[in-house]
Design a protein around this ligand. Structure first.
Ligand code: UDP
Length: 479
């Protein structure tokens, strides 16, 4: 670092959702470990999600500058209750109002940025106006959306060739990508299906991207080399892969990561401790997914029928109508149901876990990759169907459960029958050659991930490059 200048100061403002806050905390720690002064910006209702992991990181690490948290007021919107400052606490029918409030954060953000005048600001998804404000103030801005290269490339080719409008075939080939990627047309993410307020934010995102200096991506080169190159050369945007972010902090508390766990640590570990290595399937659909009662019943029957041990995380909505008669008794000792927030990283890290049924959210997928697990894939919305293609077709570490369409609305989705779930789980957890090969590949990916973040590794080096580039921008701006 050039001693004639103040330390590089970066402000990071993530979208107010668990899947964005968790990797942002990891990103803050990575910047801080490189000597950067970091301020993370959020609202009061989200403070607790940052406070304890960042306090812990500041205490246990030797950061030159402890990570700071700043707050801006969450706007009041008629009809949106006070506790709705995070996607996880917003019921589906209030999502649109929540996004209205998110759009209104622009005003307090402008005042904050003027006052703090950092060297760079990192914008979370749905907060694209950050680029407009930063550009007015001549502050470089970057994007951090919490997704990977392949999903961005797939989405680019779908848009570029207007595949959703130009094709009526049941299955569509996504042209010109590094691999042959075919998707059911109905499963291709169609962002026109989101609420109008969200769609508007996504349109603005596209426009504001032109003002962004580039993207920080939570991935590593060796995982998706063809897509990293495609993104830079064909999509034509600057991007730095600096992940897997979660592997950078050896002191991370894997138990209460993200939220307070609904199960105590000792009973979870004791349950897992009684299972043989690789015998347990972990089933979780992230922080923001909902299912119909009918679908939950099918999952219960499918998991029971698979004969394998499992941990299943179910969002607790108080309605237990989905539990099939006598199921709880029959699976006693073999199936553990966690209602609410699970200590996912702690569970995934346990040697008893041998497979992961996931909704293909990028954080969850990357967490599974980092611990060397193969997957059953069950994408629901956002860019999850693209991540399924990466896991199944490119990395070849997944078995698709057979999701038919892309939808935010649980009522709109075709029910996946218990039989399909049972078949996919048996295939994944089985011991034939195919299953063994998936396991072998998954372990290989985990080893590559660890290497990428070590000194000299692809992500480590690119993070150093990013910081040098930001310091150069700071110096030019200060001249
Ligand atoms: N997560 C967790 N416990 C849960 C559910 C989710 O720790 O019960 C964490 C998970 O480890 C991941 C994040 O929440 O880091 C979910 O992010 P992802 O991108 O996978 O999905 P999203 O929630 O955004 O759909």
């Amino acid at each position: 670092m050039n001693s004639n200048h103040h330390p590089l100061h970066v402000i990071i403002f993530p979208f107010l959702a668990q899947g964005h806050i968790i990797p942002t905390i990891d990103l803050c720690k990575l910047f801080a470990s490189h000597g950067v002064k970091v301020t993370v910006l959020t609202t009061k209702g989200n403070l607790s999600r940052f406070h304890s992991p960042l306090t812990r990181a500041n205490e246990l690490s030797t950061f030159l500058h402890p990570i700071q948290i700043s707050l801006i007021p969450f706007p009041s919107v008629s009809g949106l209750p006070e506790n709705c400052e995070n996607m996880a606490t917003v019921p589906p029918h209030l999502k649109s109002l929540f996004f209205d409030a998110v759009a209104m954060l622009q005003q307090p953000f402008r005042a904050f940025l003027k006052e703090t005048n950092p060297d760079c600001v990192v914008a979370g998804l749905f907060l694209a106006w950050i680029h407009n404000v930063a550009s007015e103030l001549n502050i470089p801005s970057l994007d951090f959306h919490g997704s990977n290269f392949s999903s961005k490339c797939m989405s680019h080719t779908v848009e570029h060739h207007n595949l959703l409008d130009n094709s009526t075939a049941e299955t569509v080939l996504l042209p010109n990508l590094p691999h042959k990627i075919e998707m059911r047309r109905a499963l291709i993410p169609d962002f026109r299906k989101v609420a109008p307020s969200v769609f508007q934010l996504l349109i603005k995102q596209k426009e504001a991207e032109k003002l962004s200096y580039g993207l920080i991506i939570n991935s590593f080169y060796e995982l998706e080399p063809g897509y990293v190159d495609y993104f830079r050369n064909v999509v034509g945007r600057k991007a730095w892969h600096v992940g897997p972010l979660l592997l950078n902090d050896k002191n991370v508390n894997t138990f209460d990561r993200g939220s307070k766990s609904a199960i105590d640590e000792a009973s979870c570990l004791s349950w897992l401790g009684k299972k043989s290595a690789g015998s347990v399937l972990y089933v979780c659909f992230g922080s923001a997914s909902f299912f119909t009662t009918r679908q939950l019943r099918e999952i219960a029957v499918g998991l029971e029928g698979s004969g394998h041990a499992f941990i299943w995380v179910v969002r607790d909505d108080g309605d237990e109508q989905w539990m099939p008669e006598g199921c709880e008794e029959r699976i006693e000792g073999r199936g553990l149901i966690i209602k609410g927030w699970a200590p996912q990283m702690m569970i995934l890290n346990h040697e008893a876990v041998g497979g992961y049924l996931t909704h293909c959210g990028w954080n969850s997928s990357l967490e599974g990759i980092c611990v060397g697990l193969p997957f059953v894939t069950w994408p629901l919305f956002a860019e999850q169907p693209y991540n399924e293609r990466l896991i199944v077709d490119v990395l070849k570490v997944g078995v698709a459960v057979g999701v038919k369409e892309y939808s935010f609305d649980p009522e709109e989705r075709t029910v996946i029958e218990a039989g399909s779930i049972e078949t996919a789980v048996k295939k994944l957890m089985g011991d034939d050659e195919e299953a063994e090969e998936r396991r072998r590949r998954a372990k290989e990916l985990a080893a590559m991930a660890r290497k990428a973040v070590e000194e000299g590794g692809s992500s480590y080096e690119l993070m150093s490059d990013l910081i040098r580039e930001l310091e150069g921008l700071r110096d030019r701006r200060n001249k």
